[in-house]
Ligand binder design. Structure first.
Ligand code: PHE
Length: 339
């Protein structure tokens, strides 16, 4: 028996070395140490030996088992390492190879939106979202736009049902905010708005606005002017000036429209500002008392200002884009220029 075991060990030792992968090694192991393996068979035969020979025989078989297990484990470890290295080599990625891959980038509108949002956040404004599909109440009534106001006409607003529309202005966000949060309020709300216009160089049925709202005690037109001056300088450059023109919005009283000096000609007059030196950037005003009342805010205690800017307009002026349709066409040749 001893001789048999010696031969077996020798044979296994050399076959283990020639095993090239884990599968063959495992098969070999099962054939020797498994339930019906060769060494297991020898171990079983011990029970037929005379009792005095059994302990010595058992010892020999066990020593052989320990030795063989060690041989299998060592070879297994070496093979595992080899297989891992082969796998790593075959899956190697050359991270320097991206030279000719077209990289994505931000849309020019998003670049400008991020800039505007960052500016107001730095002044302590919070950013609020509000629904694009909206109840008429938020788009009109609560904003002091009465039933017979022309902005309600079917040709201006897309209606989903009699009571629900696609919001035509982000001013809806003012109401949503004031219903939830009591003053002091400092928020901006960027988003899409919809109007039933045919697309041309200056119109689009979908465009982007950013609303601003500040409500607190003693808020005046001076606060509005200060913030908008900073805003215009931030977006169009340090030398930018702004001017206020009287205007009308049902939800602000008094209402103004705000122009900034043209960032392309600095006031001299050019193609972008149509020769006037000024470009209209937003509508604004002091929040109408009725709007505060609609949101259960006491207009004798609190005042506020609001503004709404067309972000597409600002983006197009900023980049000198003269056709409002182009940024929505997703032409990569156009989009590539901004990144
Ligand atoms: N909602 C107005 C518009 O769409 C802009 C505006 C917002 C004006 C807030 C005044 C105050 O034209």
């Amino acid at each position: 028996m001893e001789e048999k075991i010696r031969q077996l060990t020798e044979r296994v030792e050399s076959s283990v070395l020639s095993c090239a992968d884990m599968r063959t090694l495992n098969d070999l192991k099962v054939g020797v140490l498994g339930k019906s393996g060769e060494l297991t068979a020898i171990l079983r035969n011990i029970k037929d030996l005379p009792p005095e020979q059994k302990p010595a025989a058992g010892k020999i078989v066990n020593e052989a088992r320990v030795k063989l297990e060690k041989i299998f484990a060592e070879r297994g470890k070496a093979l595992e390492e080899k297989e891992l290295n082969e796998k790593l080599a075959s899956e190697k990625i050359d991270i320097t190879i991206d030279k000719n891959v077209l990289k994505g980038g931000l849309h020019p509108l998003n670049i400008v939106r991020n800039k505007i949002v960052d500016f107001f956040v730095s002044l302590g404004f919070i950013v609020a979202d509000s629904p694009e599909i909206e109840k008429n109440y938020y788009n009109f009534e609560a904003l002091n736009i009465p039933e017979d106001h022309p902005a309600r006409e079917i040709q201006d607003t897309f209606f989903v049902t009699k009571d629900i529309c696609l919001r035509s202005q982000t001013s809806t966000g003012q109401i949503r905010m004031m219903e939830k949060v009591k003053p002091p309020i400092k928020m901006i709300s960027p988003g899409r708005v919809y109007r039933s216009d045919n697309p041309d160089a200056t119109h689009s049925p979908m465009f982007h606005q950013i609303e601003g709202l500040v409500v607190d005690k003693n808020i005046t037109m001076c606060d509005l002017k200060g913030i908008l001056e900073l805003f215009a300088k931030e977006i169009f450059g340090e030398s930018t000036k702004i001017r206020f023109r009287p205007s009308y919005f049902p939800f602000t009283e008094p209402s103004i429209e705000v122009d900034a000096t043209c960032s392309h000609c600095h006031g001299a007059g050019c193609r972008v500002c149509k020769g006037t030196g000024w470009i209209e950037i937003l509508g604004a005003g002091i929040v109408n008392r009725n709007v505060l009342k609609n949101c259960s805010i006491d207009p004798d205690v609190y005042t506020g200002f609001a503004f709404g800017a067309g972000m597409d307009r600002i983006t197009n002026i900023f980049h000198g884009i003269t056709d409002a349709r182009v940024p929505f066409e997703n032409d990569v040749r156009f989009l590539k220029q901004f990144n």
